[in-house]
Design a protein around this ligand. Structure first.
Ligand SMILES: Nc1ncnc2c1ncn2[C@@H]1O[C@H](COP(=O)(O)OP(=O)(O)OP(=O)(O)O)[C@@H](O)[C@H]1O
Ligand SMILES: [Mg+2]
Length: 142
């Protein structure tokens, strides 16, 4: 990945645990929680790098800082899918349309800052996962 991050300090166990979880075929969703500034985004970035290295996973990071409504979150997810997979998604795309644009193969979708979306995010993620498994049949992990 092109990002230049300072080295990850003291999170080896968390990195291993989370990566192992995401590698399981029956795990489609993992959540990282903790107080502000504790290192959730940094850990997620490390997991993304590790998953890319280990599994030919395509990582799409969605920055949800600043998104508060479901519509804004959906747009941010669509933008990330467009950026990462080079597809076209209309301005008012629904979850199904977005899921169908995610290509075959394992995809790791990182919803960074999702706690700020106070509206229906869990439902949206559930729908995204269901469409993804049904329509494209790889795993989509957040
Ligand atoms: N294990 C770590 N090793 C090195 N740097 C770290 C580590 N954890 C966090 N940092 C650094 O500390 C700062 C805060 O971390 P980060 O942004 O990941 O926290 P966060 O939990 O995501 O915060 P927020 O809840 O505000 O989103 C960043 O500059 C990050 O690079
Ligand atoms: Mg963060």
């Amino acid at each position: 990945m092109a990002r230049q991050l300072p080295p990850l300090v003291g999170r080896d166990t968390d990195l291993l645990t989370l990566t192992a979880q995401l590698c399981r075929s029956d795990t489609h969703l993992s959540t990282v929680t903790g107080p502000g500034g504790v290192g959730k985004s940094r850990l997620a970035a490390a997991v993304a790098d590790e998953m890319t290295r280990l599994n030919s996973v395509t990582v799409a990071v969605v920055d949800l800082h600043g998104a508060t409504t479901a519509e804004e979150a959906l747009r941010a997810i669509a933008d990330s899918v467009v950026d990462n997979f080079g597809c076209l998604i209309g301005e008012r795309a629904n979850v199904q349309e977005i899921a169908e644009k995610v290509p075959d193969g394992d995809v790791l979708l990182i919803l960074d800052g999702c706690e700020q979306v106070t509206e229906n995010l869990a439902l949206m993620v559930r729908e995204l996962l269901s469409w993804h498994n049904e329509v494209i049949s790889p795993t989509l992990k957040a």
